[in-house]
Design a protein around this ligand. Sequence first.
Ligand code: ADP
Ligand code: 5GP
Length: 203
Amino acid sequence: MSNKPLLLILSAPSGTGKTTLARRLVTANPGAIFSVSYTTRAPRGDEKDGVDYHFVSETDFQRAIREGAFVEWAHVHGHHYGTPRTVIEEADKRGALAIFDIDVQGGQMIKKAHPEAVRALILPPSLAELERRLRARSTDDDATVRRRLHAARIEIRLAGAAGYEYWVVNDDLENAYSDLAAIVRAELCRAGRRPLSPDLGMP
Ligand code: ADP
Ligand code: 5GP
């Protein structure tokens, strides 16, 4: 008998540091799976196909929907994004930790289908600090930064209503990472997650 899988959903307003934290968790947990979503948006910067996303055409995305390839899919910022069902199948088979870097609506869908999934909302210390990071990281113009800040307010409100199990504030990156690592560790100890020796006589 193998472990039960741990499906960990990370959501956050864009620019909060979710991808940085998710990648680090995957590196620190051998055997963990990072769910690589499908998207119809174009690669940004040095993003690689099959690593950051599977970059596909709208036609291919629609075909994948019809074939039932996604456990959930959504329209975000004008593009389609979908989580491959195979990630959950693989996590089930191996009793692995699977990490999903997806938005709140996607998190809701996976939680509905898999109530044992754990959702963590990564928050910036304040909207003012998020604005500072958004302006510092990129070439986004003022209108784009304003749009992202508006989207951040909505995303945070939605997550509040969606009842995410954990809130992690990414003020200092090391602190935020150790909070997330602690959540994973505690969830791996959840009753019933690990198979025990039969001679312990546990139910
Ligand atoms: P997201 O995936 O949420 O859009 P990223 O992981 O791409 O965010 O991080 C956005 C930017 O903020 C990156 O340049 C990252 O290095 C930086 N960053 C992440 N965490 C922190 C932090 N605690 N303090 C300052 N900058 C941070
Ligand atoms: P970006 O284009 O900046 O990489 O991602 C935009 C938003 O889409 C982020 O909030 C990201 O978490 C979300 N996202 C990425 N993949 C998926 C997915 O498969 N499903 C859903 N619902 N959202 C996703």
